[in-house]
Design a protein around this ligand. Structure first.
Ligand SMILES: NC(=O)c1ccc[n+]([C@@H]2O[C@H](COP(=O)([O-])OP(=O)(O)OC[C@H]3O[C@@H](n4cnc5c(N)ncnc54)[C@H](OP(=O)(O)O)[C@@H]3O)[C@@H](O)[C@H]2O)c1
Length: 263
């Protein structure tokens, strides 16, 4: 793992840090939009992902965004990520557990190594990253935001997405449980459940671009609000959920999906 920061790499921030945020999976899609939204709101942000080049694209033009190339599922990642944020910013107010991988397979087609890798990134990594961040979050009265999925809310089946869905259901359980466990330490835990958002994730998961486009068109026709989501639709809510005015939202998983999950 390498630590590649933007400006003022090892000199700490060059202005007073009033809010510091970690966004995993900050190089693309919802994570990139979230990092930029936090930076535009005045926060300092550490974006984490495996590809340094996409992280740098997120940071481009944003002096408050620093980048850290790391695989969140590596054993040493929680220490590396949290200690880098504390070294860069001197504090931590928000941890956004956003990074996840998709993979489509029915039960017959599941591969053990792929299942382990998916659960490792989507579920185990957020557990231990959050664990490592607790003392720093306690010091600021901080917030954990888990990025879930509206597709796994309620009593719903999700053919060919069973492992992805089960990780999101479990993440929602963690969101609720951490809210109760961590309330005495002054840390909030909330979740956000996006609907279908055009991030290019389908193509990254192996779909041909035209198939992904067709999927988005079809879903747009099914979403009561009449369109699929934009990454910024989700990022705005993530920022709002971490504001002091949102302090009474705890253990909540907020669906932001154009009403798709209530149809
Ligand atoms: N898009 C949707 O329709 C939708 C709907 C519901 C929920 N969501 C959720 O929203 C979140 C963001 O999704 P998205 O659509 O924005 O997907 P995305 O663009 O593929 O973003 C996922 C990010 O996670 C990073 N990542 C993956 N594995 C990683 C690892 N082991 N270590 C570090 N970083 C890793 C990826 O970067 P690298 O490959 O460079 O590491 C990527 O930047 C996910 O939790 C997803 O489940 C998305």
């Amino acid at each position: 793992m390498t630590n590649s920061s933007g400006k003022a790499a090892d000199n700490g921030p060059d202005e007073t840090v009033e809010k510091a945020v970690i966004v995993t999976g900050g190089g693309t899609g919802i994570g990139a939009a979230t990092a930029r939204a936090f930076a535009e709101s005045g926060a300092h942000v550490l974006v984490v992902g495996r590809s340094e080049s996409t992280l740098k694209e997120t940071a481009d033009g944003h002096d408050r965004i620093r980048v850290l190339a790391a695989d969140i599922h590596d054993h040493d990642a929680p220490e590396l990520i949290v200690s880098t944020a504390l070294r860069e910013f001197g504090r931590l107010d928000v941890l956004v557990n956003n990074a996840a991988v998709t993979g489509f397979a029915s039960l017959e087609g599941l591969d053990r190594a792929a299942v382990r890798a998916q659960l490792g990134t989507n579920l185990i990594a957020p557990v231990f990253l959050t664990q490592r961040a607790l003392d720093a979050l306690e010091a600021t009265g901080g917030v954990v935001v888990n990025v879930s999925s509206a597709g796994s809310l309620g009593r719903r089946a999700w053919p060919e997405n069973s492992v992805y869905g089960m990780a999101k259901v479990a993440l929602d359980f963690l969101t609720r449980t951490w809210a109760v466990e961590l309330a005495p330490r002054g840390i909030r835990s909330v979740g956000i459940a996006p609907g279908v958002v055009d991030t290019g994730v389908g193509v990254r998961a192996g779909m041909p671009p035209e198939a992904y486009e067709a999927f988005l068109r079809e879903m747009a026709g099914r979403v009561p609000s009449g369109r699929v989501g934009r990454p910024e639709d989700i990022a705005w809510w993530i920022v709002q959920l971490t504001r002091p005015e949102a302090a009474y939202a705890n253990g909540t998983v907020l669906a932001v999906d154009g009403a798709l999950s209530v149809t």
